[in-house]
Design a protein around this ligand. Structure first.
Ligand code: C2E
Ligand code: CA
Ligand code: CA
Length: 563
């Protein structure tokens, strides 16, 4: 605020007369720097925003030229100096002065400035003032070229203003991301993509309350904030957004495009604009991870888990780069149900966290699968499990090693040749290896996976269907895929002594499997009574469970074999 009088301004200076106007003017042109120079005294009046953005000592300076020269980009100095000399020093410019230069912000960042100036003359026609505006290009380009919506910068400004508006302001920050929009661009071309984006922007704007503004962020994202916004209301608005996404079409078809969203609330989640936006973006990321086409609200617990997962992903990536250094295998005994004698083991993956604690596979395998890191780790598992089986067969020649394979691994084209090579290198009898297929979310190419199955059968490797009765591992699966063994999930075993249903289910599933020539392994057997029932009543073939042994370290398991 220019209130203090400066000694640099003489009483008869034109600057003194216009000062009140200047002060009023600078408030009406946001994001623009305003200046007026007294050409006689070389004194310049600068707007407050210039003083604070460029850390000038005061609104009134008498060394304007040298100060400005120190912030102008080296390559623009010559042009700039010429303009200054003509207008400011000599006042001989033709009046208008319209140029673009790069200025250096105190942060070191260069920004383009557009300067518009004009020379004013006194009653004798002599140049006496030079006034003008300097506009930061990055700040005025605040509309998105395609949708016409205000951009992220304007959003930041508006949100900051809203948060400052009252000490107890509350509401929500929402980020909407279009899922897979790049596919629309790739399929129908960018021209159509732009039209669709515009249409989407319009549709979303239409479903928002009239006083809520939609902003366009980079990529295929939109942002908005809703003072007083509550979760229920936001959910309703998001349902309307989902509906309007279904209306995107070109001449021939309706285009399938969905949106996901994330929301964070102020002041509960955070009270500053930067954190709020980050949290809303995290919530969006989580909505996408959950399968898209949905909204997720920020929660500290989910955020902490998400950060933990990201940290773990990085650590695992490093582990893998160092040859799967922090991974190791445990082995859990599998026994013959008839007499309980050892027939082999299942290799179970473990990972050492950075503090040396052991992490269970359910915590990290889904991550390895999603990131496809399961491919290199899967190779490492097979390599190690096969080599261990070969060593142990010295003590027990028909030792069976069961190795878990996720369906993602089967989709990899180098998987079969790798297995073939591994079997050959270790000179192991392939019939002593069983691949347990664990459940997987989605398989894109069933035909290819089926082909892999028959390759393994031909090689002599046995296939077990894991976790039978849960998720994708079901009767339907049995019909389409040839397996040697099915493993009944432990959820059916844990209550087997209490539940008639579970007892019958296990009993008749085993009967069914036997009738089509399959063996059955029962997981999760923890008590003798359950074992006896499974052996005598159900005629199970193999048993795996804590009653016969926990997953053990390699050296511990070896002691079992040496007994
Ligand atoms: P899974 O293949 O069903 O493995 C059996 C899981 O049941 C193991 O848990 C084992 O410790 C546990 N278990 C065995 N007997 C009992 C019992 O009597 N009672 C109870 N309560 N639990 C028992 P773990 O090691 O935590 O493995 C969990 C899952 O992680 C595995 O389920 C498998 O789906 C996956 N997994 C483990 N290792 C690998 C691997 O090397 N590759 C892949 N792709 N997945 C793996
Ligand atoms: Ca398994
Ligand atoms: Ca299982």
């Amino acid at each position: 605020m220019i209130t203090e009088t400066s000694e640099l301004i003489r009483e008869e200076s034109p600057l003194l007369k216009i000062r009140t106007y200047f002060d009023a003017l600078q408030k009406t042109v946001p994001r623009t720097y305003v200046f007026v120079a007294d050409l006689k005294d070389n004194v310049v009046l600068l707007s407050d925003n210039f003083v604070s953005d460029f850390q000038f000592p005061s609104n009134v300076v008498d060394d304007f030229k040298s100060r400005l020269m120190s912030v102008v980009h080296y390559d623009d100095i010559e042009r700039f100096e010429e303009g200054i000399k003509k207008n400011f020093v000599k006042g001989t410019g033709d009046g208008d002065h319209d140029f673009e230069y790069r200025f250096c912000l105190p942060s070191g960042e260069y920004v383009w400035m557009s300067c518009h100036g004009s020379i004013g003359r006194n009653e004798n026609g002599e140049p006496n003032i030079w006034s003008g505006m300097i506009v930061r290009m990055d700040l005025i380009l605040n509309a998105d070229g395609v949708t016409g919506l205000l951009n992220r910068h304007s959003f930041d400004e508006a949100l900051q203003k809203e948060l400052k508006s009252s000490p107890d302001s509350h509401g929500a920050v929402i980020v909407i991301g279009l899922d897979n929009f790049h596919i629309i661009n790739e399929t129908y071309g960018h021209q159509f993509g732009d039209i669709a984006l515009k249409q989407i922007a319009q549709n979303i704007t239409d479903v928002l309350p009239p006083d809520i503004r939609l902003y366009k962020f980079d990529g295929y994202m939109f942002g908005l904030f809703m003072p007083y916004g509550m979760p229920e209301e936001i959910e309703i608005i998001f349902s309307s957004v989902q509906l309007c996404m279904r209306e995107i079409r070109n001449v021939e078809d309706t285009i399938y495009c969905t949106a996901s969203a994330g929301a964070a609330f102020y002041p509960t989640d955070a009270s500053d604009d930067v954190t709020l936006l980050r949290y809303a973006e995290v919530a969006l990321e989580i909505a996408r991870q959950k399968g898209r086409d949905q909204i997720s609200f920020f929660s500290k617990e989910t955020y902490d888990r998400w950060r933990y997962d990201i940290g773990m992903m990085n650590l695992m990536q490093n582990s893998i780069a160092r040859g799967c250094e922090d991974f190791f295998l445990c082995y859990q005994p599998q026994v013959d149900a008839k007499d309980g004698h050892l027939i082999g083991a299942e290799a179970l993956l473990r990972w050492y966290d950075k503090d040396g604690s052991v992490v269970a596979p359910m915590q990290f395998i889904p991550m390895l699968e999603k990131s496809r890191m399961i491919i290199p780790v899967g190779h490492w598992i097979i390599e190690n499990a096969v080599s261990t089986a070969k060593k142990w067969q010295e003590y027990m020649p028909d030792f069976q090693m069961s190795i878990n394979i996720s369906l993602y691994q089967l989709e990899e084209h180098m998987f079969f040749p790798f297995v073939q090579d591994c079997i050959e290198r270790h000179q192991i009898d392939p019939t002593t290896i069983t691949f347990e297929l664990t459940e997987s979310q989605s398989v894109y190419d069933w035909e290819y996976v089926n082909k892999q199955f028959s390759n393994f059968h031909e090689l002599g490797i046995q296939i077990a269907m894991d976790d039978f009765g849960t998720g994708y591992s079901s009767l339907g699966f049995l019909k389409n895929f040839e397996c040697n063994i099915i493993k009944i999930d432990r959820v059916f075993v844990q209550d087997i002594l209490k539940s008639d249903f579970d007892r019958n289910l296990v009993k008749y599933t085993i009967k069914l499997c036997h009738s089509i020539g399959m063996k059955v392994c029962i997981e999760g057997v923890e008590e003798e009574k359950a074992y006896i029932f499974l052996r005598d009543e159900c005629k199970a073939d193999y048993i795996q469970g804590f009653f016969f042994g926990y997953p053990e370290m390699e050296d511990v398991f070896l002691r079992r074999l040496k007994k």
